[in-house]
Design a protein around this ligand. Sequence first.
Ligand code: FAD
Length: 458
Amino acid sequence: ACAISPKAIVSDACASYSTLERLNRNVKPALDELTQTTDFFSHYRLNLFNKRCPFWNDENGMCGNIACAVETLDNEADIPEVWRASELGKLEGPRAKHPGKGVQKERPERPLQGKLGADVGESCVVEYDDECDDRDYCVPEDESASSKGDYVSLLRNPERFTGYAGDGAKGVWDAVYRENCFQKSSFPESAALGKITTPKGPAAMDFKAVIDAAGRQQALEEQRQHNPLTPFVAKTGLEHEDECLEKRVFYRVMSGMHASISTHLCWDFLNQTTGQWQPNVNCYIGRLHKYPERISNLYFNYALLTRAIAKLGPYLSRHDAYTFCTGDRGQDAATRAKVLAVTEKASSVPQIFDESLMFKNGEGPSLKEDFRNRFRNVSRLMDCVGCDKCRLWGKLQTAGYGTALKVLFEFDNNDEPQPPLLKRTELVALFNTYARLSSSLTAIQKFRTMVEEAEAAV
Ligand code: FAD
């Protein structure tokens, strides 16, 4: 009775914010341990630099590149170079190239060595390529024919303020929400959604449609606003009669992801006057506190990922499903124990999200493929993000949500999938996305206290 229905959202009667926050206090230490102390979960492989934005021309300034981010800071020239958006958005730390498939085949018995740094057991982060799976909600990161991508340290590149903003960033967010329309999309490629296996060259974009959609979205959002003084009331989300459940869920996942990114950039914000990294409460008020439905969507995502992780627990606990670190049994066992600590804690509450209500009635079943394809489109849109660090986390999180949806809607614990259902990159993305949401919940609570204290002081 207490599962969050995708309809009911986060309700006070059942899984209230405080329930989720209590759960988070229990899960977070184990999740941090997993994502911060294991090689397997602290490195992500992705094709960060070799894919072009498949939807529009990066060179037209709409999306794009560091230059468009830099423009948005009023007095960029006055800011010390190390604090400029172009510098803040750069990736740091060693990167290791993925060995090609051919090389892998030559030495199938022994994982190849990367170059990730002295303290990293490379054998734990190099994986073999799997075939793509039509149950995927994301474009698999190994899709590109030419490049196998890079391994990037997530610890060396925390998600935080980068200064990336302006038309480039807004264009991507608008296009993300535009995917929620579940009607003929403005993207020329949409006819072939799901069939695109490699990014196409730049295509013309219907900017007017995007801008109109953004305007409508804004208007909807205004309508949905609740009294900013009581931001933590139960009833939130899209309550439009004409919108089916699946569309609402799609919107909520995107908005919750956006809210989580906003939370991190406000929490780990660079004060360009003092050079200090510190929480920026005005940033929080302007982007989140005034929009309770955004916060609700973030909590909704937390519930959704908790359910996916809990559902995956029995599968991951089977010893033959994942080895985690071929060739190093000790590390393998330690990583598995840390994974299971997270899945057990995520399972410590009654089923928290009821996915069985989706894709059931009316047009539901036929929407599933559309839903999946639109989600894939959003994952492709991440190649249009013009800031390396933002692109890294945007790609990881869309892959994480894609994996969660795959687990929720394509996975039955009674199945015996062969080969394993999830690739390494999907597992890493899933647990790190959960960790992002977990730290967002913590930050939101601290921000909330700061606002209350500030209000009390007036
Ligand atoms: P934006 O956040 O750009 O929002 C655009 C519009 O979307 C708003 O005007 C509003 O109408 C609507 N909106 C905003 N939030 C929500 C929501 N939660 N739900 C529904 N609608 C909403 N910047 C960083 O500093 N660090 C990062 O790591 C980073 N990662 C990014 C990743 C991606 C994929 C993208 C596209 C951008 C990223 N950015 C990052 C940029 C950041 O998200 C903002 O775009 C930027 O700070 C400008 O913010 P803004 O106030 O103009 O509004």
